[in-house]
Design a protein around this ligand. Sequence first.
Ligand code: NAD
Length: 477
Amino acid sequence: MRITVAKGDGIGPEIMDATLNIIKAAGADLQIDEIEVGEKVYLAGNTAGISPESWDIIRKNKIFLKAPITTPQGGGYKSLNVTTRKFLGLYANIRPCRSYHPYVSTKHPKMDIIIVRENEEDLYAGIEHQQTDEVVQCLKLISRPGCEKIVRYAFEFARQQNRKKVTCFTKDNIMKQTDGLFHQVFNEIAAEYPEIENEHWIIDIGAAKMADTPEAFDVIVMPNLYGDVLSDVAAQIAGSVGLAGSANIGEECAMFEAIHGSAPRRAGQNMANPSGLLQGAIMMLNHIGQSDVAAKVQNAWLCTMEQGIHTYDVYKEGVSTQKVGTREFAEAVIANLGKTPVHLEPVQYSTEYSLNLPSYKRKAPAKKELEGVDLFVHWPGLDANELAARLKSVETQDAHLKMITNRGIKVWPDGFKETFCTDHWRCRFIGNGGKSFSKNTIIELLSKAEAASIDVVKTENLYNFDGKQAYSLGQGQ
Ligand code: NAD
């Protein structure tokens, strides 16, 4: 199997050498193409941190094992991690977070969870705009294919890994459209896996429960931003971010890495713990069908942990027996290859079930009807009644002003004088009873607003899909 390897920056080369030595000694069948990414490439003037030739190698080999890299501060350098995930369509980020009690101190000795994070959309689409002096916006995009792919991956992974439950975290009590879609798709797909328990938690109380009682969870699937935050929390409370690896999986390509960064202060001192990258490499071996080797490495690593042979970040007087450097740690794992741990539970990776991930099939389109439009207006005034009076002149034969909100809160009609208002107003126009609302109505509204010197900074069409209203109401409407 041919793979691409990047040794990265800071502690990257040391932990990559340690990782490759261990998996090769365990019998991994790999041919390696090494590429240069990160700091040197950035500072040579390539703001992406990677050359076009290196992209070709990554795309040809499809499997990429990457050490952490340093993104230089300032100067418009793009994060290579984010670029790689997006370009290669690596839609699923998988982070197992388990405790190794009593060898690594943690308040949660029974914790063993897998976070499945959607990796491509949500607020990370990076579509941001300043619209008024006072207001900026970031678009949260959630798609049905995005939800279906990640939720199916979570259930398939749970089935393969013999996990018992998949939990979904969203905030759909507030974001009824975006998080609502994620939750709805979760329910649809969960029904196809009756042998796996499923449940949904609102993210705030779910996160609190996870931080307090992580043993209540097994696999947790969630949209991008929540997954970003909570996977770090989960890795930290399991004992150490230095021990966790992660997989980024796409339909064609996959990238495996440690979750920590390049720790430049520790570089070149033979101090860093290679375990996070090794865990990433174990996930890679499982992904490419070398599960026997993966299990051999993991069991040897578990033996090393329970023998108390620890790098400085894990070392604890009374628990550890030897403080070792990166190279010596790797040698100890190699010496343990073929052994099974005595106290920690040995692993046995199943090779019986390969993930069934059908390509997304677009559904038949729904019947879509335009009901109105929201005009977002930049207006420095304070009194919504005054703005409403001005907007009356914009009304057309087909459309009337229904409400005005400010940051989502209804301020007209019947607003509260206590509500704080910015210079960014959403003015909702709805069709006059029974009459159709067309794009021409919107054009007419915009022309009249322009003639009345009303500064419209954005419009948003209000639709129903198959008769179901598909936009949010104003808070208090
Ligand atoms: P970091 O993860 O590099 O370091 C945080 C702390 O953890 C430091 O005290 C460090 O000494 C320790 N640490 C991290 N990995 C360790 C290991 N394997 N063994 C022992 N100790 C370890 O985070 P940071 O300091 O915020 O970032 C440093 C650089 O890494 C930045 O340039 C950042 O952009 C980059 N970074 C890269 C990735 C990636 O490539 N995937 C991820 C995160 C940060």
